[in-house]
Design a protein around this ligand. Structure first.
Ligand code: ZN
Length: 113
């Protein structure tokens, strides 16, 4: 079970109060009419599926009902940070790769309970 920190409630709460809502930081095309079908299809349907650090949007459905972002490692499921909508992540794939942590060492830490 995840214990997730809501950046709006400023509290750690149980996973059951939250719902994942997919990849974060997907920008809607500024002029949809100018998009090709391929560009619009990419915006609507195609998402990243990295092995490693991933930024996701979650909602605190049984709490404040606000959307926020989560940086999560897809191998270990470890949540590295949560942050409010409109903010930039402080943990990125590049910053994790710069540390000495290997995927195996991250995997051993497991899911935070
Ligand atoms: Zn909340």
């Amino acid at each position: 079970m995840f214990i997730i920190y809501c950046p709006y409630c400023c509290e750690y709460r149980e996973e059951e109060e939250f719902h994942p809502k997919g990849q974060a930081h997907i920008e809607r095309p500024k002029d949809p009419e100018a998009c090709s079908d391929e560009e619009w299809g990419d915006y609507l349907f195609f998402r990243d599926n990295p092995r490693g650090v991933h930024h996701e949007m979650w909602v605190h459905a049984a709490g404040c009902r606000k959307f926020f972002n989560v940086t999560r490692h897809t191998v270990s499921y470890k949540i590295l940070e949560t942050y409010k909508m409109g903010e930039k992540p402080s943990v990125t794939a590049e910053s994790v790769a710069a540390t000495t942590a290997t995927p195996e060492s991250v995997q051993k830490e497991g899911v935070r309970a």
